[in-house]
Write a protein that binds this ligand. Sequence first.
Ligand code: SF4
Length: 223
Amino acid sequence: MTDKNKGNILHVIYDILLGEFGHMNWWPAKSDFEVMIGAILTQNTAWTNVEKAIDNLKTHDLLSFEAIYKIDSNLLKEHIRPSGYYNQKTLKIKAFINFAKKEYNFSIDLMKKENTYVMREKLLTIFGIGEETADSILLYALKKPVFVIDAYTRRILERHNIIENAFKEKYEHIQRFFTANIPRGKANVSLYNEYHALIVKTGKMFCKKTPQCDDCPLKKLQV
Ligand code: SF4
């Protein structure tokens, strides 16, 4: 298959998934700050566990830069315990909060005004923030045109022979494959938002370790 055709498949996949599931309206959070914390908490765990940790933070009025900046790490650890890996995640959240204070004085507006590439590079210097987490923050909290690549994306691309050995492929290569075919630009922020959400939905429902192709909307693609 030529690269051009492979690129077209990305549009076909999007149309099929949007037609099947409709708009996802992601991220499942009430504020941009909640998105940022959720993006860290969701590492290596199911979203239901993240929700419990977020609920704890909400109940104790801790969903703000200032509140998490002030809270003792041991206490924060207890609140986010349901999300798993809570020792590491406490360090990561504290590191992110300290970064936001030092660089942007806790202003999400200033973070949104930052150049996308500069912001991404800065996020990647923070302890515990990898590419997927950084891009989730950029896209879903800061509304930047950055495509998020996760394990479900790799799995679907690999199983449909769109990218061979997608799990071994560099993150940036897969990301570039999407952005080359669905150009960056403010106009595509909502499309990037929807597309990743639709991929996650497909992965959770059908493209599991053992794929359930018979019921999957993407079964009409040539596998
Ligand atoms: S479940 Fe099957 S049809 Fe659906 S995305 Fe995965 S490999 Fe494709």
